[in-house]
Write a new protein. Structure first.
Lengths: 280, 304
């Protein structure tokens, strides 16, 4: 009996060590990636990065100013298209949900947020690029919006459901119509949580590359119209990373550092809003 | 009353647009694939010849590459993720866990193009100079480790996919494990179980379907992963047992060829590859969601 206890103890210790090893194996590659982004990114980053467009091959220097502008423009457009759909859709689920159709919508949203983003690029290509006879920032924005909608819908609904029923009932009892109650009481109470969802969705699409490959296409110069190809930071990182030029690799690392910094700031801000909402 | 009707109509339209988007996706992809489906039929998935000049398209190498890379990545990632999730929730001090968990979630949000950048500029050269020669020297008698060390290879794709899906599986598994009732664990401890036995008896069985859901969700992510894989897999339509040889996946061939498709049939064949990818990931995601929903009591559970 003593013996078996010893064996069980030993097994317990062995498995504990194995689980620590698994955690280390999870964290080490991720730590390495982070280390390289910061190290290579910092050494490649300069003021030019934010003010210049990429130089032709062979010339040192240059930056990704056009990509930053392109990313900003397309994210803004995608938000303009996607946020109303996601937020109003979530209000439907929260106010009139409960039916079988609502379950179908929730399920589709979850499934949709798991489909490969390159597929949304292909769909935007057939719906917009082919009829408009050319790659465009507009098509890229639509592809990004299709990715944002299910994320915003689901997070907003979660937040709306957390608003106490008594608050809504008080408003309805005062004779405020449902639509005003919904917008002015429910949505406003859940605002910080909804904002969290929006920031997370923006952070997610800011790093998307695949949906832009055959919609916005990318542009070596400033894109001036929404109906023309436009550069974006993730597209530039991709193109420069697989090119055989040292200078372009450095630009790609700098771009990665900027992108990761922006995304982490968005995530942290989102977390901050999310937390302050919970303690209210 | 009128305002409420309008309000209801507007929100209904927006909510149902999700279903419409999904329907449009399937319809458009199917419509665009039709020329290829009509021309090649089932040979599309059994033929391994892909020749844009001759107009012959068979997607077998891409199917093979997708299946092998994502299944191997999942086989490596799942035990690691479960181990890490158990460590975070059950073993390490609460404060350490509270530090690691958000870190892992943050890492799940890194864009795939950045994994690809690291993969092609740091990991692949390292594989080429260290890991692959080692495998060839010591395990070269196995069919899996034959050929020259190129760096970019199936092995590189497996590794990068593993690194990418681990944060996803870990954070979902962690949430599932947090839902295990304390009474279950206390009961096991009261019976004299060691901590490991408690984990095996009370924690893991309780979270089984949720963990399975997390793993399947990871599989869905791995199958559809485009940028990182395209950057490290070498993009050569080989069907080779060797993990050292370059390969190709379904999303990668779309990413590389779609914008420059040379003919209508070429574009249509790529659309069919996309359609197969869409249907496969829809099935995988539906399965994973059902499993995860069955654990969390309502249809909640976040959108991530």
């Amino acid at each position: 009996m003593m013996h078996s206890v010893a064996i069980r103890r030993a097994k317990n210790h062995l498995m504990t060590v194995l689980m620590i090893a698994a955690t280390a194996a999870v964290l080490i590659p991720l730590g390495l990636i982070f280390f390289h982004i910061v190290k290579m990114g910092l050494s490649s980053l300069s003021l030019d990065f934010f003010t210049q467009i990429p130089k032709p091959t062979g010339e040192a220097g240059g930056g990704m100013a056009n990509g930053m502008m392109g990313s900003l423009v397309m994210i803004a457009m995608a938000s303009f298209i996607g946020l109303p759909v996601g937020i109003f859709g979530a209000i439907y689920l929260a106010e009139f949900g409960g039916s079988r159709a609502s379950t179908a919508i929730r399920f589709s949203a979850d499934v949709l947020s798991g489909t490969p983003s390159i597929i949304t690029g292909m769909v935007a290509y057939t719906l917009l690029v082919v009829p408009m006879k050319g790659f465009s920032a507009l098509a890229g924005s639509v592809a990004l919006a299709m990715i944002m909608i299910p994320i915003v819908l689901r997070t907003t609904e979660e937040q709306l459901k957390m608003v106490p029923g008594s608050l809504r009932e008080a408003s309805l009892a005062l004779g405020v119509p449902l639509w005003r109650t919904s917008l002015k009481v429910t949505l406003r109470s859940a605002l910080s949580g909804v904002l969290t969802g929006i920031l997370l969705a923006v952070a997610r699409v800011a790093g998307e590359t695949a949906p832009l490959l055959f919609t916005a296409l990318g542009n070596q110069f400033w894109g001036r119209k929404l109906t023309e190809p436009m550069a974006a930071i993730p597209l530039q990182i991709f193109n420069f990373a697989i090119a055989p030029y040292e200078d372009w690799h450095r630009l790609a690392w700098a771009g990665a550092l900027v992108l990761v910094t922006v995304m982490f700031s968005l995530s942290l801000t989102a977390r901050y809003f999310g937390r302050s909402n919970k303690t209210d | 009353m009128n305002g409420d009707l309008i309000f209801r109509a507007i929100t209904t339209v927006f909510a149902f647009s999700i279903l419409i988007i999904l329907a449009i996706m399937l319809a458009e992809m199917t419509k665009e694939s039709l020329p290829s489906i009509r021309k090649f039929g089932w040979r599309f998935v059994t033929n391994s010849e892909w020749d844009a000049v001759q107009g012959v398209f068979g997607a077998l190498p891409y199917l093979y590459g997708s299946v092998v890379s994502s299944v191997l990545a999942l086989l490596l990632a799942t035990p690691l993720s479960i181990g890490a999730a158990v460590f975070i929730t059950e073993i390490c001090p609460k404060r350490v866990g509270a530090l690691i968990a958000p870190l892992v979630e943050l890492l799940a949000a890194i864009p795939s193009v950045i994994y690809g950048l690291w993969g092609v500029l740091v990991m692949a050269p390292w594989l080429q100079s260290t890991v692959q020669p080692f495998l060839i020297d010591h395990f070269g008698f196995l069919p899996f480790f034959q050929g020259a060390p190129y760096g970019v290879s199936m092995l590189a794709a497996v590794f990068i996919l593993m690194i990418m899906v681990v944060p996803i599986i870990t954070s979902i598994t962690r949430e599932v494990l947090l839902a295990v009732p304390l009474s279950q664990k206390e009961a096991a401890i009261a019976l004299g179980a060691t901590r490991w036995e408690m984990i095996m008896m009370a924690v893991l069985p309780y979270g089984r379907s949720g963990i399975l859901g997390a793993a399947i969700l990871g599989l869905g992510r791995a199958v559809g992963e485009t940028m990182a894989v395209t950057m490290v897999i070498g993009n050569a339509p080989n069907i080779s047992l060797s993990l050292l040889s370059p390969a190709y996946t379904m999303p990668s061939v779309i990413a590389n060829e779609f914008a420059e498709a040379t003919s209508k049939l070429h574009g249509s064949a790529l659309m069919e590859v996309g359609l197969i990818l869409l249907v496969v990931t829809l099935i995988i995601n539906a399965l994973a969601r059902l499993l995860i929903w069955s654990v969390s009591k309502d249809a909640g559970g976040g959108a991530a």
